[in-house]
Design a protein around this ligand. Structure first.
Ligand code: SF4
Ligand code: SF4
Length: 474
C-alpha cells in the first residue's frame, strides 16, 4: 500500500464530513449546472454533438503517429520549434534547458492541470528569480499552497466562496476588508501587465494542437494569455500527445462543446490560435516559440482498445462536477493534479500503479460521469478494468482478498446468514462500517429477509381483500 493511500485514510473522514466545504463546492457546481443546461441550447441535438466530438477525437487518436508528424512539420514551417518528451521529467528538463539558453530570469506562466501535473512551476521556480502565475482563477485557488493537488481543470477555485477568494487575493495583493473581487481583479491585471512586460519567458498549457495548420489553440476567459504571448520573447507551449487533432475546421465543433461542458458558456471569451513563431514581440524584439509535446505514458494506453478511450478527454471537468465521490470529499481526495473520475484512470495507468492503486476504488460505479462526459467515455467499464489490473498485479493483500471472499460467501445468501444468527450478521456489518469510518451509522439489519417480508405483506393484503369482499357481500 502506498503512502498516498495511508494519507487518504487519514484525511478522507475529515474531508467527507466537512459540511462547510461541501456546501461551497455544491453551490459552485449548482451555478455551473444552471449555466451548462442553458448553454446546451446551442446544440439542436446534444447527443449528436457528443457523437460528433467523440468521432473527431477518435479519428485523431487513431492517426496519432501521422498527425503528430504533420503538426511538427506545419509548426516548424512557420518558424516554431517542436520537441517531443517521453515523461514529466523530460518536459521539465527541456523547459529548463530553454530557460538556461535564454538566460531567463523572469518567467510568467498560464497554468492548467496538465502543467501542474508535470510540476513545471516548482521546477522552473528553483532556477529563475521569479515565476508568476497569470491565471486569476489559479491565484484565487492558491494552487501552490495545496501543493498543486486538487486542480479542477475549468474552475481551479471551485472549493471557494467569494469570501475565500477575497481573502486569498487580498493576501497576495494587499487588499483590506473593504476589497471587492472586481477591485482585486483589476489590481491583479495591472500587476500581471508589469510582469508580462518584464518576462523573458512565457509558459502555457494548451487546449488543442491542429495538425493540418500546425497551430496551437488556447481557450481563455481572462485575456492574460493573449497579452502574455504578444510580449514574451520566448514562448513555450506544453501539450499532451492526445491534444493533437487532425483539422482546424473541427474547432467549430470542439470549441462550443468544450466551452459548454467546461464553463457553461456557449463560447469562451477568447480562442487564441498561434501558428508557428510570431517573429517579433509587441516591443519589436525577435521572438521564438516552442511546443513541447509529451507522451507521459499516455501513448501506452493507445494499444488497449478499451483503455484508449480515456485519451479522448478534453479536460472540461464535467465528470467531476457530477461525481458523488468528488462532491463528497472534493478534489483533495485524489492526491493528484488530475482529480475526479478521469483521475481514477489516468493516475494509476499513466503515472504510477505503486502510488495510485487505491484510486479506482473511490467510485460507486454509478455512471453519472459517463452521462456528463462530452466525449462518451464509458467510465464504469474502464474503472472495473483498472481494478482488475490492480488485483492481477497483487496490489490487494491476501487478507483483503480473503476478507472480501469471506464476506461474499456469507452475505450472498440470506439463508446462510440466518443459520449463523443475527448477531453474526451485525458483527460483519460492524466490521464493514468500521472500515468505512465512524461517522457512518450502522444500518439496522432486518429480522426477516425481503422474500419473507414480501410473503407476509402479500398474506396481509390477501386477508384484507377477503374481509373487504365479505363486507361487500353482506
Ligand atoms: S473525462 Fe470527459 S467529462 Fe471528464 S474532464 Fe475529460 S472530457 Fe470532461
Ligand atoms: S461512476 Fe464512479 S467515478 Fe463516475 S460518477 Fe459514479 S462514483 Fe464517480
Amino acid at each position: 500500500m502506498s503512502d498516498l493511500y495511508f494519507d487518504l485514510l487519514q484525511r478522507s473522514e475529515q474531508l467527507c464530513s466537512n459540511v462547510d466545504q461541501k456546501t461551497k463546492l455544491a453551490n459552485n457546481i449548482h451555478n455551473w449546472e444552471e449555466n451548462h443546461d442553458k448553454s446546451l441550447d446551442q446544440f439542436s441535438d446534444v447527443e449528436s454533438a457528443k457523437e460528433k466530438t467523440t468521432a473527431i477525437i477518435d479519428k485523431s487518436l487513431y492517426n496519432i503517429d501521422r498527425i503528430a508528424f504533420d503538426f511538427e512539420t506545419g509548426f516548424k514551417k512557420n518558424g516554431g520549434y517542436v520537441c517531443f518528451s517521453m515523461n514529466n521529467n523530460d518536459v521539465c528538463n527541456t523547459v529548463l534547458k530553454i530557460i538556461k539558453d535564454k538566460k531567463a530570469k523572469n518567467v510568467v506562466i498560464n497554468s492548467n492541470n496538465i502543467l501542474d501535473d508535470i510540476g513545471i512551476k516548482a521546477s522552473v521556480g528553483k532556477k529563475v528569480d521569479d515565476v508568476s502565475e497569470l491565471n486569476i482563477d489559479n491565484i484565487a485557488a492558491d494552487t501552490d499552497y495545496v501543493k498543486n493537488t486538487d486542480q479542477h481543470p475549468a474552475f481551479p477555485a471551485i472549493n471557494c466562496n467569494s469570501e475565500d477568494v477575497i481573502q486569498q487575493l487580498s493576501k497576495n495583493y494587499g487588499g483590506d476588508d473593504s476589497a471587492t473581487i472586481p477591485l482585486l481583479i483589476s489590481e491583479i491585471r495591472a500587476d500581471n501587465d508589469i510582469k508580462m512586460k518584464n518576462a523573458d519567458v512565457f509558459i502555457s498549457g494548451v487546449n488543442f494542437l491542429t495538425a493540418d495548420t500546425g497551430s496551437v489553440v488556447v481557450i481563455d476567459n481572462e485575456g492574460a494569455f493573449q497579452k502574455a504571448q504578444l510580449y514574451a520573447k520566448t514562448r513555450i507551449f506544453i501539450a499532451s500527445i492526445n491534444q493533437i487533432i487532425e483539422n482546424i475546421a473541427d474547432l467549430k465543433t470542439l470549441v462550443p462543446m468544450y466551452s459548454s461542458y467546461a464553463y457553461g458558456q456557449k463560447l469562451p471569451a477568447y480562442c487564441n490560435i498561434i501558428s508557428g513563431s510570431n517573429g517579433l514581440t509587441f516591443d519589436g524584439e525577435p521572438s521564438e516559440t516552442y511546443v513541447i509535446i509529451t507522451s507521459s505514458k499516455r501513448i501506452s494506453l493507445l494499444n488497449d482498445h478499451n483503455m484508449r478511450t480515456a485519451l479522448r478527454c478534453i479536460n472540461c471537468g464535467a465528470c467531476m462536477n457530477v461525481c458523488p465521490v468528488y462532491r463528497c470529499g472534493t478534489g483533495k481526495l485524489y492526491s493528484s493534479a488530475i482529480p475526479g473520475p478521469i483521475g481514477l484512470i489516468l493516475n494509476p495507468m499513466t503515472k504510477s500503479l505503486d502510488n495510485y492503486h487505491f484510486l479506482p476504488f473511490l467510485c460507486t460505479l454509478c455512471g453519472k460521469c459517463s452521462e456528463a462526459c462530452p466525449v462518451n467515455i464509458d467510465f464504469p467499464s474502464l474503472i472495473v478494468q483498472v481494478r482488475q489490473t490492480i488485483v492481477d498485479k497483487k496490489y490487494c493483500s491476501q487478507n483483503d482478498e480473503d476478507f472480501i471472499l469471506g464476506l461474499q460467501k456469507h452475505l450472498s445468501k440470506r439463508k446462510k446468514l440466518d443459520r449463523k444468527g443475527i448477531m453474526t450478521k451485525d458483527k460483519k456489518l460492524k466490521h464493514l462500517t468500521g472500515q468505512l469510518g465512524d461517522w457512518l451509522e450502522l444500518p439496522v439489519f432486518a429480522n426477516k429477509s425481503f422474500s419473507e417480508q414480501y410473503e407476509i405483506l402479500k398474506e396481509k393484503e390477501r386477508k384484507e381483500m377477503e374481509a373487504q369482499n365479505k363486507a361487500n357481500n353482506k
